[in-house]
Write a protein of this length. Structure first.
Length: 174
């Protein structure tokens, strides 16, 4: 069994851990921004990225591959620090927000499908119609506005101002 002192020391230089965490976070963040909203599911890309990176950073410390716990903790702290920093920059300097944060994309305006937005988001008309049906709408003309939200969900404002149905969850697979 390893000596207790080994658990509470760095086995990798601190600067290297900070640099690795920074490069990985920023690289995956940039790639995720290019990939688009629909890949994120119901979470924002930052949320998804933080969860994945924290899980990966914590894994060696959990299974004993790392000589010290501090390496993983420092890496996790670096990942969270970048997540908070990006949110803070987007909030403090709104002009930078479009580069750092996703905005809703209008898919339908006054009953007309925005084909350009669908192409840009790699979303087919059939996929859009599935989203509408999940909200209880069968005709595009019944939609005043539909947006692809930063979370990857489609929000809908009906032309008659009635509340659309909530999307149904798929049945659980047993």
């Amino acid at each position: 069994m390893a000596a207790w002192a080994e658990f509470f020391r760095f086995s990798v230089p601190v600067g290297e851990t900070l640099l690795r965490g920074t490069v990985m976070f920023l690289a995956i963040y940039a790639i995720s921004r290019v990939a688009g909203k629909r890949e994120a599911g119901v979470h924002s890309l930052t949320d998804l990225l933080v969860v994945v990176l924290v899980a990966e950073a914590a894994a060696p410390g959990l299974v004993g591959e790392s000589k010290g716990l501090l390496d993983g903790l420092l890496l996790i702290a670096t990942i969270f620090a970048w997540s908070v920093a990006i949110d803070a920059v987007a909030y403090r300097w709104p002009a930078l927000a479009p580069l750092l944060k996703s905005r809703p994309v209008p898919l339908i305006r006054d009953g007309q499908i925005n084909q350009r937005a669908l192409r840009r988001e790699f979303m087919s008309r059939d996929e859009l119609m599935v989203e509408l049906r999940m909200h209880g709408i069968t005709d595009v003309k019944d939609v005043a506005r539909a947006y692809l939200e930063p979370s990857g969900m489609v929000s809908i404002l009906r032309a008659d101002r009635a509340e659309p149905d909530q999307p149904t969850k798929p049945p659980a697979v047993v």
